[in-house]
Structures are given as structure tokens and as C-alpha cells.
Design a binder for this molecule. Sequence first.
Ligand SMILES: Nc1nc2c(ncn2[C@@H]2O[C@H](COP(=O)(O)OP(=O)(O)OP(=O)(O)O)[C@@H](O)[C@H]2O)c(=O)[nH]1
Ligand SMILES: [Mg+2]
Length: 365
Amino acid sequence: MGKVLLVVITKPQDRKYAIKETTQEMEKLITSSNGIVVASLTARVEKPSPSHYLRQGKIDEVMALAAAHKPHVIIFSIDLSPTHMRNLEKTLDHKIVDRTGLILDIFARRATTREGKLQVELAQLIYLLPRLSDIWEKFSRLGGGIGTRGPGEQKIEVERRSIRQKISKIKIDLENVRAHRARVRGQRKRNNMCVVSIVGYTNAGKSTLLNRLTGSHVNAQDKLFATLDPTTRRLTLKGGQNVLLTDTVGFLRDLPHTLIEAFKATLEEIKESDLILDMADVSDPFFEDKQKAVDTVLKEIGAHELKRIRVLSKIDCLESPEARERIERKYPGHVPISAKTGEGLSDLEERVRQELGKPEATNEY
Ligand SMILES: Nc1nc2c(ncn2[C@@H]2O[C@H](COP(=O)(O)OP(=O)(O)OP(=O)(O)O)[C@@H](O)[C@H]2O)c(=O)[nH]1
Ligand SMILES: [Mg+2]
């Protein structure tokens, strides 16, 4: 992705810390996509300008920064309409990427399995469809004014049709994936295997926990969306019960709907679990907001009524015993753990055993 100029948009209704939180998250997303932020600015936008989203004064500021820092791309912290994006690209003469575009880029880098790749491609095509005319316009501009309106429009129609066909084909392929997953789940049910899914905000420590509990080596790193494809490992609890522990894609605030839609097959695995471990990273100053975002996604995928154990992760990062006590007092019933030091893991396993032994969901969420 190269050098990035970051434009953080704030709105009047945003909370006090929104700028800091959004800036930090955007920087992490950009790093996760191999970009480097060389300059950034914030713009408070009350009412977007109909043509360029930003007003002229801000556009001048962006232009000055771009001239000074020569970024490869200008990234916006919000989603832009196709018109705004097209006009900004023309005026600023730079490639513009919005939040969903950036997240799609990270997902495309991470996808390794056929299923993951199909899901990312589907999300990309859905994102591309309304933006097609811009690509063709650029193409005809390059061609030196060839492509008068008539034929240009026709070409776009042809291209649109072919994209729609691709979308339908991928959807059929993904239906097969879902059917296969459903069969596997049926098999597990017949074998009385319980499935426990680890969910939480991206970077909460889900994969590290799976590795620690099951002695596996799935990719865990300080990058957003390090995991895209679900991994399932067997875990033997005290007393001998075997369960299947699944680690899967992390959540994000305002996860683009295109992605939720495209990742239905993956997210469905969560919905069909017997128990979820909902992890929140207490070393993150914004973890409470992130917990709310996780709740929202769980609701959206219909998994909010499942049995759930709330886990507070990375407690080794809390420096003082007082900080730790404060958190534990504030969140009674949550299980504090550190996948790094191993602290709290046997308590967590014990809670899993108890919850699975209970007849049905008894939590209040
Ligand atoms: N200090 C500390 N760091 C941890 C702990 N658990 C995980 N980490 C670190 O947190 C970072 C993210 O961990 P992952 O396990 O990849 O997180 P994840 O939830 O799987 O993230 P995604 O797959 O990106 O959604 C890594 O750098 C881990 O080393 C912990 O208990 N303590
Ligand atoms: Mg992970």
C-alpha cells in the first residue's frame, strides 16, 4: 500500500475520544495493510459537501499535505459514496481509498483457503459494482477521449452484467460451502461433540488463546485480522470431555455490511456453537467500546442468545494490582486470563465445563 496520507473525519455527534480512537484504529488498519502513514489531518464535517464530501478549505489542506509528503494513496476514515470518491480522485489527483476499501484490502491479503478467497472476492465485487462507471471513465480518459457517452455506457452495462454473473456464481459456490459445513456440524452433533467458539474484537488474543489451550500454532500476531479463516482444534477438558474449540475472524466496529454478508459461511459457524468465549482485551483503553461493537455484530449474525462466557484477556498487561482489582470488581463473573503467562486458564476451562453441563442458555445477554 506504500505511503499513506490519512484523513480522519469527525462528526459533531462523535464522543470526546472519538478522534483518538478512530485515528489509532485507522493507523493499525493501515499498518496491517503494509502501509505507512506519512501525514494525517482531521476534518470535522457537519454536513458533507454534495460534490467532494470535504469543503474547499479542507481540500486545499489535503492538497498541500499531499504535495509535501507525496503519498501513494489518500485514505479516509469513513466510507465515501462513489460520487464523492470520484470527485476527490479527480481534484486531488491521487488514489483514494475509503474505510471499507481498506478493510477489503486487508481481507484480500489474509485469505488463504478457497472459502476465504471466495468470500473476499464476493465482497470486493459487491463493493465494485456501483463504482464501475468511474473505472471506465478513467479508462476512456486514458484513451484520449475515446468512449463517447453512448458506447461507454454500453461497455459499463456489459461489464456490470459480467460482474453480476460472477457474483451469482460465487454465491452458488459459497452455498455449497455452507451446505458442507452444515453436514459437518450435523456429524458433530451426532457424535455429541460440543463446539466452543472464541469471538471478540480483532487483536483481542483469540488465536493466542487457541494455541495456548490446544498446543497449536495458528498465526497470531499484532496485526488486525491476522485470522480470516476459522480453525478448529480438539480440547480435552478435565474429566475427559472432548470439545472442539474454534478460532475465527475478529470483529470490528461498523464492520462493513458487504463483509458480514459475504462472510456468512464463516460467521454461521459461530451461530451454531454450543458456547462462545467472548474475549475483550483489557490492555486496550477503548475495550469497553469494542465490547459493544462485538455485541452488535453478535446480534447481527443471530448469535447473541447463545451461552456465553465473557473473558478479559491480556491481564498481564495491567501494571498495578489496583488496576486489576478495579477491573475484576467492575466485571464480576467475567474470567480474567493471560494467554501469555497462562494465568486464569484453568479457571476458564472449569467455567467451560460448567457451562456446557448446563441445560440451556442462562446468561442475561
Ligand atoms: N501481553 C499479552 N499479549 C497477548 C496476550 N494474548 C495475545 N497477545 C498478543 O496480542 C496480539 C494479538 O493476538 P492474536 O492472538 O493474534 O489476536 P486475535 O484476536 O487472534 O486477532 P485477529 O486474528 O487479528 O482478530 C499478538 O501480538 C499476541 O502476542 C496476552 O495474554 N498477553
Ligand atoms: Mg487471530
